[in-house]
Every structure is written in C-alpha cells, then in structure tokens.
Design a protein around this ligand. Sequence first.
Ligand code: NDP
Ligand code: 8X3
Length: 256
Amino acid sequence: MYSLKDKIVFVTGASSGIGESTAQAFAAQGANILMCARRAERLEKLAQALEYEYGVAVHYFRLDVRDQPAVDKAIAGLAPEWRAIDILVNNAGLSRGLDKLPQGLLDDWEEMIDTNVKGLLYVSRAVIPGMIERGRGHIINIGSIAGHEVYPGGNVYCATKFAVRALSKGLRLDLSGTPIRVSEVAPGMVETEFSLVRFHGDAERAGKVYQGLTPLAPDDIADAAVWCATRPPHVNVSEVVVMPTAQASTTLVHRK
Ligand code: NDP
Ligand code: 8X3
C-alpha cells in the first residue's frame, strides 16, 4: 500500500460535500492538506478541525477556479513547503438547472462549463508541470455517472462530466511514460449541497432528489479517492464508478 503520510494533497472545492470529506479522509491517513474554495470561512473551520484531530499541516486559500490568472497566482505563490503537490483532487464543480436544452439558461451553462471543465483545466495546467519535474504525482478527477450516461435535462452538466472523463483519459495518454497516475472517480447520487446548488437554493426540490432511498454519503466517495491513491505505484486505477445500491443508472432509481 502506498503511504499517504506527509504527502501533500490538494483538494479543490473543499468547503462542502465530497471535497470536505476527501480532505478529511486524506488527513486521517496522515497527509498534509492544501485546499481551496470560494467560501474561505468554511475552509478556516475545516482547517482547524483537521489540524486538531489528525495533527497534520493544513493550508487553505480562497480561490474561484474559473479565474485563470488567480489560479496561476495561487499555485505559483505557494510557500516552498506546499509547492510539491503529490496528489491533486479536482473536485470543485457544480450543476445548475435541470431544464431541457431548448429552455436552458445561458448563465447556468456558462457557470457549469467554466467551473467543471475550464476550472479543472486551469488547476491541472498549474499543478501538473511540477509533478512532471519532480517525477511523481497523482491526479484524481471527480467525474460523475453523468459523464458515463446522459439523462433528460442533464444535457450541459452531463457534457461537462463527459469532458472530465475525456480529459482524464487524455491526460493518461499525455502522461504516458511518466510515473504520474490519473484516476477518475465517478459517483452516482451523493447527498451534499449539490442539489441545493442545482436548484438555485430551492431546498424543498433539492430534498426530493434523495427521498425514499439511501443515497451515497460524501465519505463513500472520499473512501474511493483514498483507495485509488493508496494502491502501489505500479497500479493506476483508471475509473471507479460508485452508485447507491438503490440507483441502477442515471434514470433508474428505486424509491420506497
Ligand atoms: P457541493 O455543492 O457540496 O460542493 C461543491 C464544492 O465545489 C464546494 O466546496 C464549492 O465551494 C466548490 N466550488 C464550486 N464552484 C467553485 C468555484 N468556482 N471555485 C472553487 N470552488 C468551487 O457538491 P458535491 O460535493 O456533491 O460536488 C463535488 C463534486 O462532485 C462536483 O464536481 C460534482 O459535480 C461531483 N459530483 C457530485 C455528485 C452528487 O450527487 N452530489 C455526483 C457525482 C459527481 P464554494 O462554493 O465555497 O466555492
Ligand atoms: C451528479 C449525479 O446523476 O445527479 O453528478 O447527475 S447526477
């Protein structure tokens, strides 16, 4: 098993849900945690909890991954002790709306594409050259079942997650011959703030998404990310698809 002790793990979108759980799960393995999101006050609380509970070093910064100059500045400006990122978890992402494409809102489309595709690219472009120079690294992209199957109203969100899958595959090709690993973790339904964000704060509608079934918890996905990262160096877990038992596909969910 590959030890995570004292490794530097950078988690984007760690202020909530899967990112927060992932930061915690890697810290529990003794990794030092670098994390970002827009809601820095939440990161501050998480940093204190992780330092206290696991005795690891934590550094956080406010970052909107859609802002390319800010991404470059944040990564280039890291203190020397934080520069050698071992594992990048590209998690920051969101869905907006569930409208049929002809009725879709342009702002929703821009936000999803800018965050899920361009944000992931900006962060990857800033971090991966250092991994190549150091001759070590692992990129774990949080994709989605929506990147494997399309569902009605999923149109642009699904397209962004298909893009995450394509970029994960493309990166494996482009990094061939290096020791750097690339994994995609693709969850089905996970109860987080995801649906609240998708439905622009409509809590009643968001709650209905998870009614009558046991969805995944963010920890289930954090577990999968840690599992990918702890395989021996000659093992690259390319893709992990994790679904609630009650979910057979994006369109077939059993509700009691
Ligand atoms: P949450 O809404 O709970 O968390 C999303 C995280 O992304 C937050 O920390 C948010 O931080 C961050 N984020 C969003 N936009 C930006 C931005 N522009 N810059 C920096 N950080 C940003 O949802 P999840 O935990 O569920 O989502 C995490 C990932 O998992 C996403 O990529 C999502 O697509 C994917 N996913 C989720 C599934 C689910 O059912 N929940 C299933 C499959 C995949 P802040 O707002 O503070 O910036
Ligand atoms: C989130 C899962 O099925 O709501 O990526 O799109 S789904």
